[in-house]
Design a protein around this ligand. Structure first.
Ligand code: UDX
Ligand code: ADP
Length: 473
């Protein structure tokens, strides 16, 4: 009987996942641990470290009852029956596999720490997204370091939640995937973990596989989703040239049940901590296993994403009479999608960088992202040589969308926040330089397209032919 769960890593995956487990399994004590003391303090305060609709209520109800946040990793590991590893696996920035392979140093550190302090039998669950065969590495670290009083079963149980809808995804998952050894011990471990989920997930939705299938399914799942976005974004470029409208095309093709309607929204490109990292990770695996054709196939998904960001920015520059130096541009939205404060790999970062390269002055507004985060992302050295001074000179962070748009030549919508649909665009238009442009990288203003044009705006949307362009030029 599982009585205690420990989760190492109190981030976007570990925090919400354990909150839901604690809510659904009142008889189990769940302790989330992290090396980052500031993060743990935030989890124990009223200002949670991440914004996720519905999360605060669950944390408030369970915290101090059967949900705990702590920095005492050793103790939580010792007491737990099941240990989730939910640490970050960023893309390596140096050495072998630089820019593609997943950096497993945090996973390895966890495995070593678990081996050092654990006593008795533990089920160790890989929740972080990892390359195929990472569980084997964890097993080898255990085999080489474990004291005689401890034994382990390692399972793969990838998390499929999406940010912004994490609580709904966790409570109503499409499936739970658990991979483990074919041995009787492995099967018993799978059953123990499955029993946790069966508190709220129908058994028919719990898929069990071997460890490698589970690990690869997570990578493949994210790669397929990213591929759909790159596919529709590639079609959006064709739409802008031909007069077809990408939304109409997406609806038409999405009604074919074999294709399906989800994940066909053309955009400024996918962002977030997973898609690019996981596709790159898969590309690296293909190369390591000498499958260059497969690697090249997936590489295109990433390249189309970069192309879309560049293409969108070039279009802005072209429309603004080929020069944006010293022009003021409002950037609405900095998070990588709506309903999150997360900016990791957000297309907004790249679009702002490209516009800054042209010397534009940017007024940025996002309802959730903090000013320090925006400045930090834009000054980040891995993206370009921009130094903090340049960022501070060209960037203004506004706490109000109207203020952000005032006196600007153009508005660029980078995130699909609902509030951008209902702004008073008449008021905004009056306060802007003329001609006033809106570049909608998310197509959230398509339903008021004619109204905006009537107001006097020049409206440019991803996947919709611009007014002046002619067919087949
Ligand atoms: C994704 C996966 O959906 C989730 O299953 C996995 O566990 C983690 O990675 P997440 O990155 O949180 O989740 O968000 P998601 O909703 O998938 O969006 C990713 C990016 O794609 C965002 O930038 C979003 O704006 C963009 N997107 C999504 C599009 O551009 N068009 C779409 O049709 C869908
Ligand atoms: P994700 O989106 O995958 O949840 P995050 O970066 O939000 O990723 O969270 C990962 C968390 O894991 C971070 O808070 C980080 O401090 C924590 N972490 C990384 N390595 C360790 C470790 N060895 N022990 C404990 N916590 C760790």
């Amino acid at each position: 009987m599982v009585q205690r769960i420990c989760c190492i890593g109190a981030g976007y995956v570990g925090g919400p996942t354990c909150s839901v487990i604690a809510q659904m399994c009142p008889e189990i004590t769940v302790t989330v641990v992290d090396i980052n003391q500031k993060r743990i303090l935030a989890w124990n305060s009223d200002q949670l470290p991440i914004f996720e609709p519905g999360l605060q209520e669950v944390v408030k109800a369970c915290r101090g009852v059967n949900l705990f946040f702590s920095t005492d990793i050793a103790r939580a590991v010792q007491e737990a029956d099941i240990i989730f590893i939910s640490v970050n696996t960023p893309t390596k920035m140096f050495g072998i596999g630089k820019g593609r392979a997943a950096d497993l140093k945090y996973i390895e550190a966890c495995a070593r720490q678990i081996a050092e302090v654990a006593v008795g039998f533990k089920i160790v669950v890989e929740k972080s997204t990892v390359p195929v065969q990472a569980a084997d590495s964890i097993r080898r670290i255990f085999d080489a370091n474990t004291k005689s009083s401890a034994s382990f079963q390692v399972l793969s149980n990838p998390e499929f939640l999406a940010e912004g809808t994490a609580m709904r995804d966790l409570k109503h998952p499409n499936r739970i995937l658990i991979g483990g050894d074919a041995t009787p011990e492995g099967q018993m471990a799978i059953e123990a973990l499955s029993n946790i989920y069966e508190h709220w997930v129908p058994k028919s939705k719990i898929i069990t596989t071997n460890t490698w299938s589970s690990e690869l399914s997570k990578l493949a799942s994210n790669a397929f989703l990213a591929q759909r976005i790159s596919s529709i974004n590639s079609i959006s470029a064709l739409c802008e040239m031909t007069g077809a409208d990408v939304e109409e095309v997406a609806t038409a093709i999405g009604t074919d049940q074999r294709i399906g309607s989800h994940f066909l929204k053309a955009s400024v490109g996918f962002g977030g901590s997973c898609f690019q990292k996981d596709v790159l990770n898969m590309i690296y695996l293909c190369e390591a296993f000498n499958l260059p054709e497969v690697a090249q196939y997936w590489q295109q998904v990433v390249e189309i994403n970069e192309y879309q960001r560049r293409r969108f920015t070039s279009h802005i520059v072209r429309c603004l009479f080929n020069t944006i130096t010293d022009k003021k541009i409002a950037i609405l939205g900095f998070a990588f999608k709506k309903d999150t404060g997360d900016t990791r790999e957000s297309s907004s970062i790249y679009i702002c960088k490209y516009l800054m390269e042209e010397g534009a002055r940017l007024n940025i507004f996002d309802p959730q992202v903090k000013k320090e985060q925006i400045l930090d992302d834009l000054a980040h050295s891995s993206l370009s040589q921009d130094d903090t001074d340049k960022v501070l000179r060209l960037i203004t962070i506004s706490s109000d969308p109207y203020e952000a748009c005032e006196n600007t030549h153009a508005i660029v919508i980078c995130t699909e926040w609902d509030i951008f649909k209902t702004l008073d665009y008449e008021r905004i238009y009056k306060a802007m330089q003329k001609p006033a442009f809106i570049f909608d990288g998310r197509r959230i203003l398509n339903c008021v397209y004619d109204y905006l044009k009537q107001l006097g705006f020049q409206v440019e949307m991803i996947g919709k032919r611009a007014g002046q362009k002619t067919l087949y030029h």
